[in-house]
Design a protein around this ligand. Sequence first.
Ligand code: NAD
Ligand code: ZN
Length: 357
Amino acid sequence: MKFRNFKMVDYVVYGRGCFNQLDEIIAPRRKEGKPMIFLVDHFFEGKALLNRIPLRGNDKIVFADVTYEPKTTQVDKLAQQLKDEFGTVSGIIGIGGGSTMDLAKAVSLMMGNPGSSADYQGWDLVKFPGVYKVGIPTLSGTGAEVSRTCVLTGPTRKLGMNSDFTPFDQIVLDPELTANAPINQRFYTGMDCYIHCIESLEGTYLNEFSKSYGEKALELCQEVFVKKQVWDDECDDKLMMASYAGGMSIAYSQVGVAHAVSYGLSYLLGTKHGIGNCIVMNHLEEYYPAGVKEFKYMVEKNQIDIPQGICKGLTDEQFETMINVSIGMKPLWENALGKDWEKIMTREKLRALFEKL
Ligand code: NAD
Ligand code: ZN
């Protein structure tokens, strides 16, 4: 048995309004003449948050277009623009949901590594550290703020740049930034966390490290989506810590069936991570009976729309593509179903599941 030696985020600040400390936090990391780049989710274009960004010298705000999930081409282009304009930069500060945070991690890494980000999709392929990077979530649930990956769609696969250089140097967890996110979006991203917990806690890779974080994250998700009657500040506070703890839980275990199937959807149809997981979770009674029951209750209680019938009319070839992508996620299946998972989740069974979605 080889135990994983897990690289964590270096610094964490948490609390309502802690975003106001950003100027002071990043000051020691500024390099003479080299700007800090604030990569901001395009949702905030024209919003008041921009006036609170501590711009100094030749610092720059760059808006991240997250209409689609991050692509390697998008990362390469952003990094090249910064290299052309500044040579190098003091740091990249990603402010947004999981997509923006992943973009920030990837662009930071590409400021220190040659070639294309597509060359580094996989495990431990990144050779050199990137520039200083900070993650500031404005949606809670993905756990991207603590993970050692940044998920990218490349020319041949959707896979993260998993490495010890990938985690942020600093994260700023300010629940105020997540207030007023649209109800459906908040739910989809929040459910990403809930599903991380179920998949981790029900998985064969479970250990006390993952369990202690997973149980706490699950409890926080339940307080927010099951017990609370009206959304308030406390919900934002709790969900932000649920995301953090859920991320820590899967960092030392693995996700499972919902994620493996959702990756297939996302690859073929471009279905986004949070909503894709929800579409799949809706049909996983066989694997996670208690979790799916509670999930359905939360959908109803929070009056959320989960799309149905998204695989209607797809061709055999398209189903094959999704099955190939999904079945390729071996550690996820092994975690979910055990060493003999291939006997349990056959291609026929997976096809039948996709047809239900
Ligand atoms: P997102 O970042 O894709 O954003 C979804 C939408 O919400 C966008 O339109 C965005 O502009 C908007 N938005 C963001 N903050 C907002 C706010 N405060 N108010 C209103 N709108 C806001 O959504 P997400 O669910 O946070 O992230 C999904 C992404 O995270 C996917 O690309 C997925 O691959 C990635 N992910 C990464 C990891 C990891 O470990 N690195 C884990 C899970 C998911
Ligand atoms: Zn996820």
